[in-house]
Design a protein around this ligand. Structure first.
Ligand code: BDR
Ligand code: CA
Length: 315
């Protein structure tokens, strides 16, 4: 893939914590300059995911402002994932009291102003793409200002919340379509990639061994997540999705990409929210027709090593 530039990238993470979003924030804070955090309704309602993002910054000593954004998708009715992340997104462990406050102003205003004021930022969406679509609609010039957008969402194979649709894209397919069609450099960490970063009881054990307050919180969240996944899907195993979108930038050597055309299904009666990744043999990996760099292969062991290093350094 084309050169990703600076050794220590600067980025904004747009998220809906959730365990894996929290892990993404910790990885971003350790291996990049985390400039700001924005939140979007997704795994849980906006107020909950915003509190969870603030709590993550508090527990891991991340001195970055958190701005709350869109409560609901552009067109679709809101939907959340209580069966996976609990009703409030961080359900399960007993959590410390929140002492941090959300930043003044709307996340979309923050995104437009910040990206216009500094060239070369990465934008890393790890929730539904509502805030990002709203920002790009208001200010299409942002595409030229950004180093790129590295998002967790979609799938080149099966879905998770429907047979073919991944949660983040399913929640706001219209927003995802706007972002994928915006131009610029777009990196996709879909389920086919993120399931190569395994969440299981061994991950909880490795985190608990780190021993810091943050590491233990993440270990407890992993156990709560596995309990929920087991109840819904009958197995104690999942993917640690969201850090993959960060690692695609900070550890480009861990993720293999190929350029593909990706479109979002908006009208299919049973396929709405599907990302249709054109994997037909074509002119080659640098086919200029591709709008997305599709991450297809992850070094899962390397990803785990990076996560543990980040957690140990800041927990
Ligand atoms: C995505 O949906 C959420 O549940 C996770 O945080 C991740 O961003 C995976 O489909
Ligand atoms: Ca997420």
């Amino acid at each position: 893939m084309a050169d990703l530039g600076s050794a220590r990238p600067r980025m904004i993470v747009d998220c809906d914590p959730g365990l894996d979003d929290a892990a993404a924030l910790v990885v971003a804070n350790h291996f990049a300059d985390l400039v700001g955090i924005t939140t979007v309704g997704g795994n849980a309602p906006l107020a909950d995911v915003t509190a969870n993002a603030l709590l993550t910054t508090q527990v891991f000593g991340i001195d970055v402002e958190v701005y709350a954004g869109a409560e609901r998708p552009l067109v679709a009715d809101p939907r959340h994932a209580p069966e996976i992340h609990g009703e409030h997104g961080f359900d399960g462990p007993s959590l410390p009291e929140l002492s941090r406050r959300v930043g003044d102003g709307h996340a979309v205003d923050y995104l437009v102003e910040t990206i216009r004021s500094e060239e070369g930022l990465w934008l890393v969406p790890t929730g539904p793409l509502t805030n990002v679509a709203l920002a790009l609609r208001r200010a299409p010039d942002l595409v030229e200002r950004l180093a790129g957008i590295s998002f967790m969402g979609g799938s080149a194979t099966v879905g998770n919340h429907t047979p073919v649709a991944e949660f983040n894209v399913l929640v706001d397919p219209e927003a995802a379509a706007i972002v994928l069609d915006a131009g610029g450099r777009i990196l996709m960490a879909g389920l086919d990639l993120t399931h190569q970063f395994v969440v299981d009881d061994e991950l909880a054990r490795r985190l608990r061994d780190v021993g810091t307050a943050g590491a233990v919180m993440l270990a407890d969240l992993v156990v709560a997540y596995l309990d929920q996944v087991e109840a819904v899907r009958g197995r104690r195993r999942g993917g640690l999705h969201d850090p993959c979108a960060v690692l695609a930038i900070t550890h480009a050597e861990l993720v293999a990409h190929v350029q593909r055309h990706v479109a979002v299904e908006l009208s299919g009666a049973i396929t709405r929210g599907m990302t249709v990744v054109d994997q037909r043999p074509g002119p080659g990996v640098d086919d200029p027709g591709g709008n997305v760099w599709h991450g297809h292969t992850l070094d899962g062991a390397g990803a785990l090593t990076s996560l543990l290093a980040a957690v140990a350094a800041h927990g």
